[in-house]
Design a binder for this molecule. Structure first.
Ligand code: ADP
Ligand code: MG
Length: 390
């Protein structure tokens, strides 16, 4: 077993303070960034996320009274609930770990007849919440691996990702796809995770920008445009309508783009289809370049993705466009908006020696517009998925 680092020793000590006995172990699951493949998931296409060094840690010990007790150093409320309860009776942050425990419990015995039961868990995190880095999946996945280990239950990581998605869908009520939990459970250090959202199949794609003298920055633009909350559902509906008109199960199935566009009368639907079809190709092209070791070259594809999201899918926002434009002007290889749109973060790929120049250019552009200063995250080296630390 790996030696605990001071951080994990600190969490174990906090656990002992809170509960009066030492934890049996410490587990950790990372947050993620999606490198490319935006709004392709619900069109049954391809995504390419990778795990961050930042994540959620859980110190935990088993209990045999059928209860799950959860606390977090980032939350005020402590919750104790039955592991066999139904969705809805636990609210707030605790719904994620308690929901995860319940889904695992329901899943039933593994091949050895062992089943997940109760536990006491204390969480700590260095991952910002609600920033699009998927702290929710990290919380679920840290819980899942801790509970399986404590109860000696063997469930394959890909299945655990599906169960974590179910916990979020059914016990928290968030209709998320499978990307976040897959990235948190299945990622390898120095790789991105190619995920086919139709088949659920995954494969590792080498991605270690730091080894190529590059930095992938995640920039929180600090912009939220709450008035446009319905746009995500609207885009999904437009994609479904286009697929129906074109007679395909999902936009993923379009092979002949010009022929598909010619069949669509509405310009809006043509733009949406153009984005989704070309974005899937961009994921494949990115994978090809990364497998060839040409990391810097993916910058152009990130930019093409950004322009497509801005002009065809029409979900970018001014702060994202300025950040990407300024980054390129300052010598970055490329960048794009990430996430649902109308607020959130941008990623930028730059040679590391230009990272300061890129940051200064973006800061200056925001300042001249009197915008809230953006927040830069540069500790983004692609990292290992959920694992036991001690
Ligand atoms: P994201 O996954 O992008 O960070 P979500 O809204 O999906 O945003 O998930 C954030 C929620 O997850 C928080 O509001 C909180 O309920 C829960 N959460 C994440 N990390 C922690 C933590 N360390 N402690 C307690 N709750 C957490
Ligand atoms: Mg989330």
């Amino acid at each position: 077993m790996p030696t605990p680092s001071p951080v994990h020793a600190g969490l174990a000590a906090a656990f002992a303070d809170a509960f009066g006995h030492a934890p049996e172990g410490v587990w950790r699951a990372p947050g993620r960034v999606n490198l490319i493949g935006e709004h392709t998931d619900y069109n049954e296409g391809l995504v390419l996320p990778f795990a961050l060094p930042l994540g959620v840690s859980a110190a935990a010990s088993r209990r045999d009274d059928g209860l799950v007790e959860v606390r977090s150093l980032q939350a005020d409320t402590a919750v104790t609930a039955s592991v066999s309860g139904t969705p809805g009776d636990v609210e707030g942050w605790a719904a994620y770990p308690v929901g995860m425990a319940r889904v695992l419990h329901e899943h039933g015995p593994d091949g050895h007849g062992r089943k997940v039961g109760g536990a006491t868990l204390l969480f700590d995190s260095d991952l910002p919440q609600g920033a699009g880095l998927s702290s929710s999946a990290a919380l679920e996945c840290a819980t899942a691996i801790a509970l399986c280990d404590l109860h000696g239950v063997e469930i394959a990581p890909a299945e655990l990702a599906r169960l974590a998605q179910r916990a979020e869908n059914e016990h928290v009520g968030v209709p998320s796809g499978i990307m976040d939990q897959s990235a948190s459970m299945l990622s390898s250090a120095g790789s991105a995770l190619l995920l086919d959202c139709r088949t659920g199949l995954t494969s590792d794609v080498p991605f270690a920008p730091q080894d190529a003298g590059l930095t992938l920055m995640v920039i929180d633009t600090r912009a939220t445009h709450e008035l446009t909350g319905g746009e995500y559902g609207q885009r999904r509906a437009e994609c479904e309508r286009a697929a129906e008109i074109l007679g395909v199960p999902a936009l993923r199935d379009i092979k002949d783009l010009p022929a598909a566009l010619a069949q669509l009368d509405e310009p809006v639907l043509r733009r949406r289809v153009q984005h989704v079809v070309t974005e899937n190709h961009r994921v494949e092209a990115t994978v090809g370049l990364l497998r060839a070791g040409a990391v810097a070259e993916i910058g152009g594809l990130l930019l093409a993705s950004h322009m497509s999201l801005r002009d065809q899918f029409e979900i970018s926002w001014p702060e994202a466009n300025v950040a990407v434009d300024e980054a390129v002007r300052a010598g970055a290889r490329g960048g794009r908006m990430v996430g649902g749109g109308f607020g959130g973060s941008v990623i930028v790929l730059t040679h590391t020696e230009r990272a300061d120049r890129v940051r200064d250019a973006i800061n200056a552009a925001y300042e001249s517009r009197s915008w809230t200063p953006p927040v830069f995250l540069t500790d983004t080296a692609p990292s290992q998925g959920a694992r036991r630390l001690s």
